[in-house]
Design a protein around this ligand. Structure first.
Ligand code: PHE
Length: 471
């Protein structure tokens, strides 16, 4: 089949870095470390790793292969895979459409913290209530969201090779160096615990990597598996149309089996190293309690940790938020590309027009998201037990409802209707060796849909409902 009219990656490395750029995002740096700290350290790591090379690999492989085989956008590719399955395309395009605005709002928060640390105002970020005051403001969060969105739009506007590929090839190596530097620094930190005993980053590292079974019974163990599964799902950027779009730009001669392994390796490595950066530092400066800070880790706990580091703090803070910004931009770009490619194929419009239309829409919805913390404030309770504002509702609908639905449908389509050979033949089209073909079949037919179904039921709160029946 001919190349993709929307553009294509020049080299395999460019594709790997772009896909890894999408996968490595706030999930790796923000969410992975606090889940690991909460879920038994090394125990979580082992479970995550096993799921990554089985379940995660199957989902990533499926989407990238569908993309390359059809050479179409997320919106139009499913029709091509099988007549009558075009509705999945609409879902695949709606998901990044919903996520993009709120991802840009969070990207704006990261930009704000980067600017604060880089201009020597890190000290202010430590004040009590700083984060809440910032996000409930009516102007600043909007301005930062707009800048972040326009940065992503500029790259997508340029195109696949000149924009996405070039940007990822520059950003990703810098990002990995920054991660390694901060991780090494974090291990060298020393301090004292409450009892005056000397502690160091190494002690914190042990908390992170040694499996802890404290308080782990069967039900807790299942929860940890589900946490790892949900994290993996989000972290690999699957079920968002992104890997289909990026896959459609990969040249036919590229070795997909190797590339997919590299993308997974990159994503898992950065998630692991994010833990090495964050957990030892938080452990030394805040003690074990600091690590249970959950989602407030990045914007509330970490600035405090940086400012406790003395002279090095503002520098480490600026490098850290610069690195997070890089990670967020490459993910934001990929979300935008999934929608832009869909609009180009669906409405037969040019890249430029498509970028312009989607950017304006994303900015308008992003504005609503920002104003969800002040003008349009409400607090709703979600079926999974958590509660939140507009951003959380959008996050819930996309991540907990639509993404599981599309994944289960993809597994049925590829595992049972088209059969796994549809994907395997694409992976091996140049005679590549695909060692995990047997594993792939079992995963896509049975294990992945069942696991995602359980995850989906938990998102709907079914587990709590059942527990209530027996209480
Ligand atoms: N994979 C990203 C992460 O780990 C998540 C993401 C990517 C979200 C792209 C949206 C868009 O943070």
């Amino acid at each position: 089949m001919a190349g993709n009219s929307k553009g294509s990656f020049k080299g395999t490395l460019g594709f790997v870095l772009a896909a890894a750029g999408s996968a490595v995002g706030l999930g790796n740096i923000w969410r992975f470390p606090y889940l690991a700290a909460r879920d038994g350290g090394g125990l979580f790591l082992v479970i995550y790793l096993i799921l990554a090379v089985t379940f995660g690999f199957a989902l990533l492989t499926t989407e990238i292969s569908i993309g390359r085989k059809t050479k179409e956008s997320p919106l139009t590719c499913y029709k091509n895979v099988k007549n009558g399955w075009g509705w999945m395309g609409i879902l695949s395009c709606v998901i990044p459409f919903i996520i993009l605005p709120y991802y840009c709002a969070i990207g704006g928060w990261v930009l704000k913290y980067f600017v604060a640390f880089a201009t020597g105002h890190g000290e202010e970020c430590v004040a009590d209530g700083y984060f809440d005051t910032f996000i409930s403001g009516q102007f600043e969060p909007v301005i930062y969201m707009v800048i972040f969105t326009i940065l992503c739009a500029a790259v997508i506007f340029i195109g696949v090779n000149g924009g996405i590929e070039k940007m990822s090839t520059i950003i990703m190596p810098v990002l990995i160096i920054m991660v390694i530097v901060i991780a090494v620094f974090s291990l060298t930190i020393t301090g004292e615990d409450d009892a005056g005993k000397a502690i160091s980053g190494w002690d914190g590292l042990q908390v992170y990597i040694i499996p802890s079974f404290e308080g782990v019974d069967i039900s807790r163990f299942c929860n940890i598996i589900m946490d790892a599964l949900g994290q993996l799902f989000y972290s690999l950027s699957v079920a968002m149309g992104i890997m289909i779009a990026y896959g459609s730009y990969v040249p036919d001669k590229a070795n997909l089996v190797k590339s997919i392994n590299q993308i997974e390796f990159f994503d898992t490595l950065v998630a692991f190293l994010a833990g090495v950066m964050i957990i030892p530092a938080v452990y030394v400066f805040m003690g074990p309690e600091g690590m249970s800070s959950g989602p407030s880790l990045m914007f509330v706990t970490l600035p405090k940790v940086f400012m406790s580091m003395g002279w090095a703090g503002p520098v480490v803070g600026a490098v850290f938020f610069g690195m997070v910004l890089f990670a967020a931009i490459t993910s934001g770009m990929s979300l935008l590309e999934a929608v832009v490619a869909s609009f180009m194929d669906g409405f037969k419009i040019t890249r430029r027009k498509s970028v312009a239309v989607e950017t304006v829409i994303a900015l308008l919805i992003g504005l609503l998201v920002c104003l969800g913390y002040n003008v349009f404030f409400f607090d709703v309770k979600l079926p999974n037990g958590s509660h939140g504002q507009i951003l959380d509702v959008m996050d819930y609908v996309s991540n907990q409802i639509l993404m599981p639905v599309i994944t289960i449908a993809t597994c049925i389509l590829i595992g049972w209707v088209k059969k796994p050979d549809y994907v395997i033949s694409e992976l091996t089209r140049n005679g590549e060796k695909f060692g995990r073909a047997g594993l792939y079949r079992v995963m896509v037919k049975f294990v992945a849909p069942i696991l995602v179904f359980i995850l989906f039921m938990m998102s709907l709160g079914v587990d709590k409902w059942i527990a209530g029946l027996f209480a």
